[in-house]
Design a protein. Structure first.
Length: 389
């Protein structure tokens, strides 16, 4: 089947955050939304069909995950992540942000240091601070148009911390960490008694020409100190189903964390979370292949547009995911000026870089490329028109 990713699907008025929360976050809803990290593509037919079939039963009571769900999950982990997981090493999680919060509550204490690499997905910054942990930031470097770990800085900061929250691949910018990089991170953390939360939600969105490596697979040390989260939500545009999975091979960490999840009954799923994820993992290979090819075309479209029309705007372009990082600092404009131009002249909603790590990123914004190409070109034309020549 050939899927149509050029289709424009009206989403306004469907209670979606991307459209219907614009007024709350930007002060106006007259914006082209290129911010929230879900895609504007139609969710796959095989997922929708599975949900419809389940609705035919017409009783939506309490649900448990069937064996067929776990079979689909373990097969996907093996085929895509090279993880051979026993069932007892896995736990359902109702969303990865919730899962990270559960780790902090179960495995750390107020005042403990939590290490992140910035710029980074804002909940990585918010969750430690909201739970009264000490947030410790190790800034990334941009080298040849992609993010790079400052290992000296990471090691210096690691001794202050109990856990590292690792975005693998990285959000924003979609940098794919290679095996050597992940092994060095694992060695630093192991030497400093730092455990690792590996958020690998964007792993399946690794683009042609790049290869994802799951953190837990790079060494015995990495396996022993890590809890890994994956989900079909970004991959198949089903984030609203709140369906994620945790993999924890270390028995000591697993007993403590899974014991917390079960003891407080905070990590149960709903009918549609299980049904949708199983359908995605069982039938999603061809849809995903076609979607990634289309997404690669959008990234090339952005690359070309920047070179030809906005050469002063620097970018970290995705090697995985659909989230590019734009740096407007060479334009000589202040943060508020850039933001006002984007909102009130271009009428485009981008994620503000200051939410990814503070004023160091005040001239940066994240743009979502997971949309029909016509939408992307519309957004880029609007942005180019609002900037000084």
């Amino acid at each position: 089947m050939n899927y149509n990713f050029d289709e424009i699907i009206p989403r306004k008025g469907t209670n979606c955050v991307k459209h219907d929360a614009l007024l709350h976050f930007f002060g106006t809803d007259d914006l082209l939304p290129m911010w929230v990290a879900d895609m504007d593509f139609r969710s796959p037919d095989f997922v929708i069909d599975a949900l419809r079939k389940r609705c035919d039963h017409e009783v939506l009571g309490y649900a448990t995950a069937p064996d067929s769900y776990w079979e689909a999950v373990t097969n996907w982990l093996q085929n895509h992540f090279h993880i051979t997981a026993d069932r007892h090493e896995l736990h359902f999680i109702p969303g990865i942000v919730a899962g990270i919060a559960f780790v902090l509550q179960a495995m750390t204490h107020p005042g403990d240091g939590i290490l992140v690499t910035t710029p980074v997905y804002p909940p990585f910054l918010d969750l430690p601070q909201n739970s009264h942990r000490q947030l410790v930031c190790s800034p990334l470097k941009v080298v040849d148009g992609r993010f790079s770990i400052d290992f000296d800085d990471l090691e210096w900061r690691a001794h202050q911390c109990r856990w590292l929250i690792l975005s693998n691949p990285h959000n924003p910018g979609g940098t794919v960490w290679d095996r050597d990089t992940l092994a060095r991170i694992a060695d630093i953390c192991y030497r400093n008694n730092v455990n690792v939360i590996a958020d690998e939600i964007h792993a399946d969105l690794t683009l042609p020409g790049h290869n994802h490596t799951s953190f837990s697979t790079v060494s015995d040390n990495a396996r022993d100190i890590s809890i890994t989260f994956i989900a079909p939500s970004k991959t198949f545009n089903i984030a609203g189903l709140s369906s994620s999975v945790c993999y924890c091979p270390n028995e000591q960490l697993r007993q403590r964390f899974f014991g917390y999840l079960d003891g407080y009954e905070v990590a149960n799923g709903n009918i549609f979370a299980y049904v949708g994820a199983e359908a995605a993992y069982r039938h999603g290979e061809e849809w995903l292949r076609q979607m990634l090819e289309y997404l690669q075309g959008n990234i090339e479209c952005l690359r070309t547009f920047l070179a030809e029309r906005m050469p002063k705007v620097k970018a970290v372009l995705p090697e995985a995911s659909y989230l590019a990082w734009l740096d407007f600092s060479d334009l000589g404009l202040e943060h508020d000026d850039i933001r006002q131009r984007l909102i009130h002249r271009a009428h485009v909603a981008l994620n503000d870089g200051t939410t990814f790590g503070g004023n160091d990123y005040r001239c940066c914004f994240r743009i979502n490329l997971g949309c029909p190409r016509a939408t992307l070109l519309d957004a880029l034309e609007r942005i180019a028109a609002c900037l000084p020549k």
